[in-house]
Design a protein around this ligand. Sequence first.
Ligand SMILES: [Zn+2]
Length: 80
Amino acid sequence: MTCREFADFMMDYLSGELPSESRALFDHHLSLCANCRKYLTSYDETVTLGKRAFDDEEAALPADVPEQLVKAILAARRSA
Ligand SMILES: [Zn+2]
């Protein structure tokens, strides 16, 4: 698996929708690649922040969350 493929799979991985064989490849890449570990951690934190904000309508999104990412999270929530 390449870093690019890893990034493509990441949303499915975090939502638990990745088939177990893809998940194994994903985990393997994660164990080898520090860059993707960092990327996954920051992505996961952003998603968590986003969910918290959406759970509480009063909560403001952190200013440093990219608008594109917020839109992606909203789209993922709509399809869930
Ligand atoms: Zn990687």
